[in-house]
Design a binder for this molecule. Sequence first.
Ligand code: 5GP
Ligand code: ZN
Length: 115
Amino acid sequence: MSADPNCIFCKIVAGQIPARKVYEDEYILAFHDIAPWAPVHILLVPKLHIVSMAQLQPEHEALMGRMSVLVPRLMQELGVSNGFRTVINTGADGGQEVMHLHMHALGGPRPWSKG
Ligand code: 5GP
Ligand code: ZN
């Protein structure tokens, strides 16, 4: 499925819901989390509606590699200079609440509200 009309992150990708974007290309959108756990908390999402890591296929290798390589660049651009944390929650027991694959990237001086 390329987009799910009921999916909040597909709506952000489509520009139907506002978000504070930090990066966009043909495949990936990155934006600030609406309820940050850390001074810097962004989400990186594929533009394609992939439900979770559990649905990844070999054809998504380049996409996921691109996303990983992007994180240090974006964190640096956002002023994060002392390390960062990445999190991907997968499925109900993994604590995933939005069913569109996303990577959290968290940074900035501690303490943080979560994690
Ligand atoms: P999950 O628990 O699924 O890994 O994390 C979902 C994240 O999406 C949460 O940190 C939550 O704050 C964030 N989020 C949920 N809805 C929105 C929204 O409409 N806009 C933005 N920017 N973030 C959202
Ligand atoms: Zn979606």
